[in-house]
Design a protein around this ligand. Structure first.
Ligand code: GLU
Length: 494
């Protein structure tokens, strides 16, 4: 059997959209599941959209997400390098290749030079619109002879090269998600293949590269579906075997609109900055427009590779559901390696001004316990800032009604008094002390259960719910506990 070769072919326009990450992911899963190769190609032929540093950003986002590719563009020591036998993998470095194939099409009569100016094209389009026609090239230059065209070029006239589509021809191809699709050439435009700046258009470059790079399956967003018949026709014109097509449903928001920057977070970087874990984002994205046969929702990359198939990709758009992402990500936060999670949490805590480098060095173990204590309630790591604020404040105002109620209980005073005494009696609040102190108080003053724990919790954290009390006691330490009890006694108890 032929080796599976797939590619992800983003344009470096600034950032990796999560829809793009999903496309990359499905390519990767399919390649891995078939012992195939996955290629990263950069499609930068539209120079007007080029953004400095965008390639590095793309590579970095894929790397972060754990999506590995075998060939293409990599970043090593901050520099772009290309690896693989089918390079270059950056389209702007392949211009002479495209030129050769454009010339071949012209020679064979599948393409023609076009000298129409922008003004003329605009005018034609306007007239067509007025007549209620779909705007398209009217074919004026189709009948120019090759000699005439070459003469005009020699005279310095600007030109583009267009695909010469035959009239009224059905073009048929099979898409693994959408089945058989037929489009008549009468509904298609004579696509520009080579622009006046000497760069190929996407359509020309994508076909040449996919063929030369031995791509067997083209897996991309459905926005490219209308272009596919032109690509199929180009394969026929060159006499090349066409690849298998797989068009993925667009990632939509809850209103079934395309997920766009205007509506909030859309780039992989946005989610990374919020403290979504790569495993959480990838696991969730896999489920946007696809479901495993097992209907499982938490799947490791290995399980995704094992279970993934195009047959189970849905035809209709996949809805991006932030709450579900949070649920999946929360699962990963709870089960993540604690050291790794702590490393991810540290920048957020620094940013909030809670800790600095010294703190990290001196109190790393304490930080780990802090992360362990609060991770249960987080759906992304940025939320840790709010979750841990009780451990970094000098005093806490009690605003919560239920908490204020607890402070009115008759047991509150004796409980806090006993706690204060126990804490004053030790040099340091260590883990052993934290584990045993409540039992001790229970024994000495005879208050137990809710009546014992609630006042303690409220005095130390200001809330009736929260992390485990033993951890709260340990994390706060001697001085903080004493300060808080004193503050509560002074301001809330009489
Ligand atoms: N360069 C196109 C993009 O930016 C790739 C389309 C394709 O995969 O053919 O999405």
């Amino acid at each position: 059997m032929q080796e599976v070769r797939v590619r992800f072919a983003p344009s470096p326009t600034g950032y990796l959209h999560i829809g793009g990450l999903r496309t990359a992911l499905y390519n990767y899963l399919f390649a891995k599941g078939h012992n195939g190769k996955f290629i990263l190609r950069i499609e930068d032929t539209d120079r007007t959209r080029y953004v400095e540093g965008a390639i590095e950003n793309l590579v970095d986002s894929l790397h972060w997400a754990g999506i590995k590719y075998d060939e293409g563009v990599f970043v090593e020591d901050g520099k772009l390098v290309q690896r693989g036998e089918y390079g270059p993998y950056i389209q702007s470095e392949r211009l002479d290749i495209y030129r050769r194939y454009v010339d071949e099409l012209i020679e064979k009569g599948y393409a023609y030079y076009c000298f129409c100016t922008k003004e003329r094209l605009d005018k034609v389009r306007e007239e067509q619109k007025i007549k209620g026609l779909i705007p398209r090239y009217d074919g004026l230059c189709r009948s120019l002879s090759l000699e005439e065209a070459k003469e005009r070029i020699a005279n310095g006239e600007e030109y583009v090269v267009r695909l010469k589509l035959p009239p009224n021809k059905d073009i048929t191809f099979t898409d693994l998600v959408r089945g058989e699709i037929t489009i008549n050439t009468d509904d298609l435009d004579d696509q520009v293949l080579l622009k006046s700046d000497g760069f190929p258009t996407y359509h020309m470059a994508v076909v040449v590269d996919d063929h030369l790079m031995g791509i067997t399956h083209i897996v991309r967003g459905e926005e490219w579906l209308p272009s596919t018949p032109k690509h199929v026709y180009l394969y026929e014109a060159f006499g090349w075997e066409k690849p298998t097509y797989v068009h993925l449903p667009t990632v939509l928001n809850k209103d079934r609109k395309k997920l766009s920057k205007r509506h909030g977070d859309v780039s992989v970087e946005d989610f990374r900055k919020k403290g979504y874990l790569p495993e959480g984002l990838v696991n969730y994205l896999a489920l946007v427009g696809w479901a495993p046969e097992s209907n499982k929702e938490i799947l490791t990359m290995e399980e995704l590779i094992e279970e993934f198939s195009f047959e189970r990709v849905s035809k209709t758009g996949g809805i991006f559901d932030k709450e579900k992402l949070d649920w999946v990500n929360g699962h990963y936060i709870r089960s993540y390696d604690l050291d790794k999670l702590t490393e991810i949490a540290i920048p957020f805590l620094k940013e909030a001004g809670y800790i600095d480098d010294n703190f990290v060095e001196e109190k790393y173990e304490w930080l780990k316990i802090l992360v362990e204590t609060v991770r249960e309630g987080l759906s992304n790591v940025s939320e840790i800032v709010d979750a841990v604020d009780i451990f970094f404040k000098d005093t806490i105002e009690i605003e919560d009604e239920d908490a204020l109620d607890v402070l009115k209980w008759e047991e509150t005073k004796p409980v806090l008094k006993a706690l204060k005494e126990e804490v004053e009696n030790v040099d340091e609040v260590d883990q052993e002390f934290a584990k045993t102190v409540m039992k001790k108080i229970q024994k000495s003053i005879g208050i137990k259960g809710k009546k014992l724990f609630m006042p303690t919790r409220v005095a130390l954290s200001g809330k009736v719910h929260g992390p485990e009390l033993v951890s709260v006691i340990y994390l706060l330490g001697k001085q903080n506990i004493l300060n808080r009890i004193e503050y509560i006694e002074k301001n809330y108890l009489n």
